[in-house]
Design a protein around this ligand. Structure first.
Ligand code: AMP
Length: 298
């Protein structure tokens, strides 16, 4: 059968990521099980795939059932859809399930906003890809690296502190970064069309603060642009930024492993994490990003 590989892939992913096969009992109130794992959205992803496989159930019939199961909760529906995007190699079953969940979301009347986080080692191509993606989605992009560089060009005492951290290649303290980002998010209206965060959160503390800052809204997906250390070193040799010297690059890579890799683990239990291979030419990466992100917009 043509869909066998896709079904196997989905089964594999659902086992790996612990999507419950039976409707979880403890979901009436808080859908987060121990450890912050959202069980309801994973169970819903499984249901949506079940409907997609069942030729006797049309999309129009399935969508209101999914709305009902989700308790008409936009976040649960969005998360379920993103779990499927995350798990599946592109195929007709996943596409059908994603389509049904999108229909369900339209029936609930979602705000249509997309809230994304993009992380990656220095030199992963984050800046270029984020500009393209944000433009395509019509949402503002906030790069904490750029915001911080703006601060230090203002030549204040605060700016000098920020610059010292950046030139060393170490992270700027959480409280300073949060102050700047919170201001920008508030100005742009966090609840609007959504946003793309480029290079934030870089520590678990930042991730926790972000969660609180945007509640009751939530991040729809986290994108990791994955590149090998050799690629980073090669690419950064070709740039000419103050913090691109050999010693600072080494420190920034170490900071990423120490502080930001745990952020990816922190999100893995809560928010769908899309891992994109950033070692390929920029156009290919952009194409894959667009395809995957298109699937999680309503
Ligand atoms: P980037 O432009 O994203 O490569 O960031 C450049 C530098 O800005 C980093 O090496 C850090 O010193 C600082 N920086 C950017 N974003 C953050 C963040 N979220 N938390 C702490 N420091 C940051």
């Amino acid at each position: 059968m043509a869909h066998e590989n896709e079904i196997e892939d989905l089964e594999e992913a659902s086992r790996r990521e612990g999507w419950p096969s039976a409707w979880p009992a403890a979901v009436a109130g808080d859908s987060r099980a121990a450890g912050g794992v959202d069980v309801r959205s994973r169970a819903l992803a499984r249901r949506a795939l079940g409907f997609a496989l069942d030729s006797a159930v049309s999309r129009e019939q399935a969508a209101p059932l999914l709305v009902q199961l989700a308790g008409a909760d936009t976040r649960t529906l969005k998360l379920a859809r993103a779990w499927i995007v995350r798990a599946a190699s592109p195929g007709p079953i996943a596409a059908a399930a994603i389509g049904t969940l999108s229909l369900a979301l339209r029936q609930v009347g979602t705000d249509g906003a997309v809230r994304l986080v993009v992380l990656g080692r220095p030199g992963a191509g984050k800046g270029t890809q984020c500009i393209d993606l944000a433009r395509r989605l019509g949402i503002p992009r906030f790069s904490t690296g750029e915001l911080l560089r703006e601060v230090f060009t203002q030549q204040t005492c605060f700016g000098a502190k920020v610059q010292a951290h950046m030139n060393r290649g170490s992270l700027v303290p959480d409280r300073l970064v949060l102050r700047i980002l919170a201001g920008r998010l508030a100005e742009s209206g966090v609840t609007g069309r959504g946003f793309l965060l480029d290079g934030f959160p870089r520590t678990v503390e930042q991730a926790e603060k972000l969660d609180t800052l945007i509640a009751p809204k939530a991040i729809d997906a986290v994108i990791e642009l994955a590149v090998r250390a050799e690629t980073v070193i090669e690419r950064l040799r070709l740039r000419a930024r103050d913090d691109d010297t050999e010693a600072t690059v080494a420190r920034r890579l170490a900071e990423y492993d120490r502080n930001t890799v745990p952020v990816l683990a922190w999100y893995a239990a809560r928010t769908p994490l899309l891992r994109v291979d950033g070692d390929r030419p920029a156009d290919w990466v952009a194409m894959e990003l667009r395809q995957r992100v298109d699937a999680i917009r309503t």
